[in-house]
Write a protein that binds this ligand. Structure first.
Ligand code: UD1
Length: 387
């Protein structure tokens, strides 16, 4: 049983799907474990179905909790699962930067099982962001680092990670986007919401730094409500944000103000919505990349990004959380005063193939090395005195 993939939260699913498909085409045996960090149908189940992912071989059901609690529960359950798995996997693959990614990487590394990290090397250089801690820790225990862009390679080199462990394969999430874009467009979500394609904005917000502090959340909603007076804004609300909004003064909340709050969407519905948007405002990481691939202007409501290539080459602008700055950037974008951007190299729909090649070569090399090790050890054993 050579390859074990561990996923847990929404953004993991679109990153693992192209790699699993490419490995399946090569006949490589694989298993999929879901930690259960995300558990709602709308945050998890629907993605498996839409992305053609196999049903997980195991769901560890760890659920929500504090960082230590959630990561710890995932580690305990994963360690038990791996110890009970015979034969042990040759490689554990972890995508992204969520708590499940960290848990799986640490458990595998401590059991002496090699780790491959999909989307290695991204850095916001902001350690107050939980994902940044996860990224750094995972990259430093990983044996095979699959990177999306040159900035990621540079970050890893700066941190002393040997280049021999790094393979730049491109952006796997964009493979998923390209594959599903026609089916997504066919869903006609803007029309179903009563919107005109190209004449609305999309908003997502879920970072603790934006939604857990009522003052920051209020300021963001103030900016968005002002924008919604001139351009309708669709806001699919993440469960964490929904809970925070319940405690805050609800932002208008109805279509009358131009701000439309809706439930989290599945992959195809959301892609249908973003692909025809005039503008996206977000604190998500993945959406910064998806808008660059789609050529849709994106305003990132954070002070930094771990995906600088979306700014230097794509359509992304990091605007922070100050309402005046957000509105000024939105006005520029609506006036067409925004760079068109270009698709970064290796965001070409073939990243899953390159990642699969790297994985297969890594496993073959390790097996070769371990066979050679046994051969070398054999004469010594034969020479050893009998009991
Ligand atoms: C996690 C990731 C984040 C990623 C995001 C995508 C970490 C540290 N963070 O953040 O990087 O961008 O997923 O969504 O791993 N909840 C539900 N149903 C679910 C899942 C969550 O209701 O299926 C609620 C729970 O109340 C939970 C809260 O959402 O407490 C937050 O979930 P959690 O997995 O802790 O973090 P996210 O904010 O989703």
């Amino acid at each position: 049983m050579p390859i074990l993939h561990v996923v847990g939260a929404r953004p993991n699913f679109m990153k693992i799907a192209p790699l699993m498909a490419a490995l399946a085409r090569r006949g490589v045996p694989q298993r999929l474990v879901h930690t259960g960090q995300h558990f709602d149908e709308r945050m998890s189940g629907i993605f498996f179905q839409e992305l053609g992912l196999p049903r997980p071989d195991e769901d560890l059901g760890v659920g929500s909790g504090g960082h230590g609690e959630q990561t710890g529960r995932a580690m305990i359950a994963l360690e038990r699962s791996l110890l009970a798995t015979v034969p042990r996997p040759d490689l554990v693959v972890v995508p992204g930067d969520v708590n499940s990614t960290l848990a799986a990487a640490l458990v595998a590394a401590k059991l002496g099982i090699p780790v491959a990290h999909v989307e290695a090397g991204l850095r916001s250089h902001d350690r107050t962001m939980p994902e940044e801690v996860n990224r750094v820790a995972v990259d430093h225990v990983a044996d095979l680092l699959l990177t999306p862009s040159p900035d990621a390679d540079e970050n890893l080199a700066r941190e002393g990670i040997p280049a021999a462990r790094v393979r730049r394969v491109g952006n796997l999430m964009i493979d998923t986007l390209r594959r599903h874009l026609p089916a997504a467009r066919a869903r006609a979500v803007p029309e179903r919401l009563g919107l005109t394609p190209g004449r609305y904005a999309v908003l997502t917000l879920h970072r603790p730094s934006n939604v857990d502090d009522p003052a920051v959340l209020r300021a963001l909603l103030e900016a968005v409500t002002a924008l919604a007076r001139t351009l309708p804004v669709v806001f699919p609300v993440h469960p964490r944000t929904r809970a925070r909004l319940a405690g805050a003064a609800a932002p208008g909340g109805s279509g009358a103000t131009g701000l439309l709050l809706v439930e989290p969407m599945g992959y195809l519905e959301f892609l249908s919505l973003t692909s025809a948007a005039r503008l996206v405002l977000t604190d998500s990481g993945g959406l910064q990349e998806e808008t660059t691939a789609l050529g849709v202007p994106c305003l990132t409501l954070r002070e930094n990004t771990e995906r600088p290539i979306t700014v230097t080459e794509g359509t992304n602008e990091v605007v922070g959380t100050d309402p005046a700055r957000i509105l000024a950037a939105a006005r520029r974008a609506l006036d067409g005063r925004i760079r068109r951007g270009r698709l970064p190299a290796l965001w070409d729909g073939e990243a899953g193939e390159r990642a699969a090649e790297a994985v297969v070569a890594f496993v073959a090399e390790r097996r070769g090395a371990s066979r050679a090790g046994h051969r070398e050890a054999a004469p010594a054993l034969a020479d050893a005195p009998g009991p």
